[in-house]
Design a protein around this ligand. Structure first.
Ligand code: 5GP
Ligand code: MN
Length: 345
């Protein structure tokens, strides 16, 4: 863990700053990036936010969204490489290994500027000169708030920056219900309220802005695609590329679906496996002592948090599902015996 004094020195003069975050940014990824960008611009820095892929429309309201460069290897590779190479400071937010930012990973690794990692995932890769990763934090946006505060600049957090940070904390805590929702989280929210954020507006923009099609897709998934395996306290959903096409699924439309599987009484482990064509993308969730980050790291080249993780498979969907099912007996005792009270470590 680096010190705030080191960061203060790095930012003591106006800098060319590059900020990036993980593939398919969620509200914490984009909210922490745009919250930090808004603050750094107020301090006189020149800031560019680059995302490794597109992200859902329900995040587009965030102030600074219009200036985000969405990396596309066929369209703006040279432009993005130039931004990375010219950056004096590279902030890497809400991801712990460079392979989470696809092609950008190697560009960032080779960049000459000072790399600053701000993240809350387990087992961070050692690639940054300044490291503010803390797996105990509920969200990267929580860490960004603390960094701005500790730099002595909390008064620069205006409504726009505050709403970006609030969005990240709200979504990564599952609307303040996961065990990561600490006293510190609530104290920070109180400070953001003092900065004038409108929390019901943020909630509505993120959770109540679905298309009719997305809701019909949800109906289809819950009715036809959900499998419950009582003997393992497990439920999973597998979605084919054809089904995504049939429902005109857009980026973000599958977000949160896995939580429906986990919301069934008695279920402690949930998975959603989605055929994204280039690969099968998997999201895992758990309640209690079963570590999905460990499971995902071990079997699906992934990682994340104790109760929320993701991974990938390069086999076809049906083979991936079979492999997932074949792993369950090995974990049966943990899944069945694990008392819910033994929650987060
Ligand atoms: P989600 O299932 O919502 O995509 O991700 C859950 C958590 O796991 C997030 O914190 C996300 O950053 C992390 N995660 C998702 N996919 C991967 C992956 O392929 N590798 C790693 N290391 N982490 C992932
Ligand atoms: Mn996060």
């Amino acid at each position: 863990m680096s010190t705030i004094a080191e960061l203060k020195e790095l930012l003591a003069q106006p800098r060319q700053i590059f900020i990036t975050t993980h593939h398919k940014p969620d509200a914490d990824a984009l909210g922490s990036s745009l919250g930090l960008a808004g603050y750094l611009r107020k301090k006189g820095h020149h800031v560019t936010v680059v995302t490794p892929s597109d992200y859902p429309d329900f995040l587009a309201w965030m102030p600074g969204n219009e200036g985000v460069v969405v990396y596309d290897p066929r369209r703006n590779d040279a432009q993005v490489r130039a931004i990375i190479n010219e950056a004096e400071v590279l902030f890497c937010l809400d991801f712990s290994c460079l392979n989470r930012i696809s092609e950008l990973g190697e560009y960032v690794r080779a960049a000459a500027g000072t790399k600053v990692l701000v993240d809350h995932h387990q087992e961070p890769e050692d690639f940054a000169q300044l490291d503010f990763s803390n797996p105990k934090a509920a969200a990267t946006a929580e860490l960004i708030f603390e960094i701005i505060r500790d730099l002595g600049d909390q008064d620069l957090i205006d409504t726009g920056i505050g709403e970006c940070l609030y969005a990240g904390i709200m979504t990564d805590t599952g609307s303040f219900r996961h065990p990561s929702t600490s006293r510190n989280v609530h104290l920070i929210i109180a400070e953001l309220l003092s900065a004038g954020i409108n929390l019901s507006d943020v909630h509505r923009r993120i959770y109540d802005s679905h298309s009719e099609e997305r809701l019909r897709f949800l109906g289809f998934v819950l009715k036809d695609k959900l499998t419950v395996l009582r003997e393992y306290n497990t439920a999973y959903i597998a979605i084919t590329a054809d089904e995504l096409r049939q429902y005109h699924s857009k980026t973000g439309d599958t977000e949160g679906l896995v939580n429906f599987a986990l919301s069934i009484e008695g279920i402690v482990f949930a998975a959603i496996l989605i055929d994204r064509k280039q690969a099968i993308k998997i999201s895992f969730r758990s309640v209690g002592g079963f570590s999905v980050s460990e499971f995902s790291r071990r079997h699906f080249s992934g990682g994340g948090h104790h109760n929320a993780a993701g991974g990938i498979s390069h086999e076809p969907l049906d083979k991936t599902v079979t492999r997932f099912l074949e792993l369950l007996p090995e974990y049966q005792s943990q899944l069945v015996a694990a008392p819910l009270a033994a929650a987060h470590p």
